[in-house]
Ligand binder design. Structure first.
Ligand code: C5P
Ligand code: C5P
Ligand code: C5P
Ligand code: ZN
Length: 476
């Protein structure tokens, strides 16, 4: 067996052996794209190894959630895409269950050292950029092949690991790197994943061309981005016919190579003529990751669209639907997920519109907004990240978003997002938010580039003061 990340092999084998020795396993995972794909990988690998299990999903692995897990019968609990940040609380239940952890969040500093713990950050690999929760779980799945003594070949699960990494924005530099790239290679080997250098716009499988161009705002092209009429005129000005026989616009995925070439070079010409800087134009092209087994035109074929579909389920308390899709349900679960996706998209668009209209408040080192109950706490971080760089929201300051926690009066959710550039200057939101949250009676953590917390209502400005100072120190 070749695990794709040799640094994790020993830990992976220890975790796999523990799972294989269990009568039953409780699989607990996080409610986002990376958490769902982690669960999909773990569930499939456990099933192939004939290890009985049940799964649960949590928004946040807080003390309450851990206590509920401890109260269950299963003696072995596999945590995926969370767990490392909650070692202390998990340790308090050490006599009630054995934790097996496959995570990539910053490990909590505590006296409790679990025997079965996989995390890229423990072996010198960047957990925010080079390996996701799903990638870590994939390494575990490969290790399970050998200890379970089954004939399983889990390399097909690399496709889900790619979706998890892309969903956690680990390809935001243009392609997946490091340990992620090894996983991609294994997926390509078995024909589950295809990579190509392609247009870096979101929606290549499902958005008709005018919408693809209009909504693409990561690289802003004057007269096309956010401009429905301009996008249409641009497409009509090209000398290729980009419509179907019935006259409706095709999607990017349906175009032939020469047609793609015409659109792409037209876009580059337009960007150059409008004075878009060269390094921005380079960002129009990136490596795209395709799930080869999915039909052309399905959101499941594009890793990025797949991840959004998953967020549309689990972040709305329908993790069961997203897991169904990960496990291959192409009927009921996929239909339901598509319905949820329409609503998710509407919520994202409305949220971003609200933030840009309302504006953000600038402190010295961070900028922030308080959505109260206008944006769901489970998507306020996505909205914050997507709003960065739009009108009035700088990309040179980390963004901090507050929202009320539904059904938990007195608690406020905080989400923060930075950029790769800020991280290279020393930003570590995970540490900063953890310190600031604990100082006001809350708790939090995450990654250097994206982190979250829960704090008591009314403590927002004290929290902001602390966070602003901590970020200022990191960036000085
Ligand atoms: O909990 P989890 O690790 O799955 O979430 C990671 C979060 O960090 C995602 O919301 C992802 O979009 C965000 N992120 C980001 N920019 C990066 C890396 C991660 O916004 N470069
Ligand atoms: O939680 P995280 O910050 O990763 O969320 C980013 C989400 O936004 C991803 O699911 C990504 O696929 C989605 N997205 C989108 N439309 C875009 C860019 C990103 O729906 N234009
Ligand atoms: O919730 P949000 O998308 O803002 O989370 C950003 C990152 O911070 C995720 O990786 C999430 O798991 C992490 N986080 C955390 N502790 C919290 C809230 C979020 O570790 N209390
Ligand atoms: Zn993750």
């Amino acid at each position: 067996m070749a695990v794709p990340v040799p640094e994790l092999e020993e830990r992976a084998l220890a975790c796999a052996e523990r799972l294989a020795a269990a009568d039953r396993v409780l699989l607990a995972s996080h409610i986002d794209a990376d958490g769902l794909t982690s669960a999909g990988i773990a569930a499939t690998a456990l099933e192939r190894a004939e290890i009985p299990f049940e799964s649960v999903f949590e928004k946040q692995l807080d003390d309450k959630a851990i206590a509920a897990i401890a109260a269950r019968e299963e003696e072995t609990v596999l945590f995926t895409d969370f767990g490392s940040g909650q070692l202390e609380a998990i340790g308090e239940h050490a006599d009630e269950f054995t934790p097996v952890i496959a995570d990539h969040h910053r490990p909590a500093e505590t006296g409790f050292e679990p025997d079965h713990h996989m995390n890229p950050l423990l072996v010198g690999i960047d957990g925010a950029a080079e390996l996701s929760g799903a990638g870590t779980t994939y390494v575990l799945a490969r290790a399970l092949e050998s200890v379970a003594g089954s004939e399983a070949d889990n390399r097909d699960l690399a496709a889900l690991a790619v979706v998890g990494a892309v969903g956690d924005m680990q390809a935001s530099g243009g392609e997946l790197e490091g340990a992620n790239a090894e996983i991609v290679k294994q997926g390509v080997e078995v024909g589950a994943v295809e990579t190509s250098t392609d247009l870096a716009l979101y929606g290549k499988q499902t958005r008709p061309l005018p919408k693809l161009l209009e909504y693409a705002t990561d690289v802003r092209i004057p007269g096309i981005s956010n401009d429905a009429g301009g996008s249409l005129r641009f497409l009509e000005s090209l000398d290729v016919d980009l419509r179907t026989a019935e006259g409706s616009w095709r999607c990017w995925s349906e175009l032939a190579d020469d047609e793609k070439q015409s659109v792409a070079s037209g876009l580059v010409r337009r960007a150059v003529s409008k004075g878009v800087p060269a390094e921005k134009i380079e960002g129009l092209v990136a490596t795209s990751y395709v799930l080869a087994g999915e039909p052309v035109g399905s959101e499941l074929r594009d890793a990025s669209e797949f991840s959004t579909l998953l967020n549309a389920t689990a972040r709305y308390a329908r993790a069961d639907v997203g897991l169904g899709v990960c496990l291959g349900d192409r009927e009921g679960a996929l239909d339901r997920a598509r319905t949820l996706l329409r609503e998710h998209r509407r919520n994202l668009a409305e949220g971003i519109e609200w933030v840009t209209e309302e504006g953000v408040t600038r402190e010295e080192h961070v900028q922030w907004f308080h959505a109260e109950d206008r944006i769901r706490e489970t998507i306020v971080g996505i909205v914050a990240g997507m709003a960065m760089g739009s009108e009035g929201v700088s990309r040179s300051l980390p963004i901090v978003a507050f929202a009320e926690k539904e059904g938990e009066a007195g608690e406020i959710k905080v989400s923060t997002r930075g950029t790769g550039r800020l991280v290279s200057r020393g930003l570590d939101l995970s540490t900063a938010i953890g310190e600031a949250a604990r100082a006001v009676g809350g708790d939090g953590g995450g990654h250097d580039v994206a982190a979250g917390a829960t704090i008591p209502a009314g403590r927002e400005s004290a929290f902001l003061d602390r966070l602003d100072t901590a970020v200022g120190e990191q960036l000085s």
